[in-house]
Design a protein around this ligand. Sequence first.
Ligand code: SF4
Length: 397
Amino acid sequence: MICPGCSCLCDDIQIKNGRIFHACRRGEEIFSRYGENRARALVDGREVDVDTAIEKAVEILKDAENPAIYGLDTTVMEVQEIAVDVAEKLNGYIDDNSSFCLGELVEAVLKGDVPTTTLDEVRDNAYVIVYWGANPFHSLPRHMSRYSYYPRGAKRPRGYEEDRYLVVVDVRRSETAKLAKKNAKYIQVDNDEELVESFMRVVDGKAAKYAKEAGVIINEMKKADFNVILGGLGLKYGLRDLNRFVELVRKLNEVAKVYFIPAGFHANMRGFNETLFERTGAVNKYSFRDGKSDKEFAFTELLRNDRVDAALIVGTDPVYSLPYEISAKLGKIKTVVVDPRMSFTARVADVVIPSAVSGIEMSGTMVRSDGVRIKLEAMEEREINDLYIFRKIREGL
Ligand code: SF4
């Protein structure tokens, strides 16, 4: 089985006699508890059959002047494609969590602004491994053991003891930073931009605030023909201008071979980014009415500025995850929730359409954080799933 718990999409999960093998704690929970807290089909709090809930959803979307679709990071690409069709038909907005997560970093990769690679290549070849603003201990529990620091690779047979050099950049000594001991460096930053500038200056032979640290790391990078930076949320939020980081990766490539992979997000966030990118050239916060992507079309901004009158929310829980003053605005508009679980948002929605857990009860394609497309086979295929629901919505429009 493949675990749909995070963007590692681990492909070695085994289930024997009800016991789950190889999954981390988060993955184990997904496989053992997916039957709990299931959503029911509801219209205005009344229990109905699924097709009635879908019909009501279609009615709401048709009547809306400014509808938005939001979420989709945990469903499969086959559904994401139809969701983009629906947004286009509605002439509405479409966005996912990546607009405040790692969307910009994925966009830089998709546009070819930074050299990238796969996690399989990292496992086999990477010498210097930089986790910048990422704490895989929490966000990607098996990232280090399956793909980066710990495995013995084809060209790194002695593994982390001798064949890897770990760098952790973070604002605090995270669990991952605590691993940076032998053949390793932890850089505590209070300003990521200064570290970016330091690396740039050291490549040019100039003095800089973090010259010592940057110098050591660049020298290590020069020893190998394969190094990688894995960038997480801390990197995104530590930089006002992502372009400067893009320039840094290019600059480092003047003296060593350095790749970049975004690290740490929902199972198929990158699938959403790639699906929308292939259709529109943008990875998120897209308005079909305006024919472009912009900060003002991020779902949080649309809500904050009262610019939507209906929302179709798929597999995400903004009432739980967004600040109250923003999520409270959902109470003023029509909301349709498509989710296998009775989320907090489902409890306040006008319409709830219960679906299947992607990857466990619905087969389909997801994209790993490095861009590798993975086919997930359901354990038990459910007839009513996101694909069924979205096909019906598209037909209804
Ligand atoms: S690391 Fe992610 S994909 Fe792998 S088992 Fe854990 S939750 Fe599942």
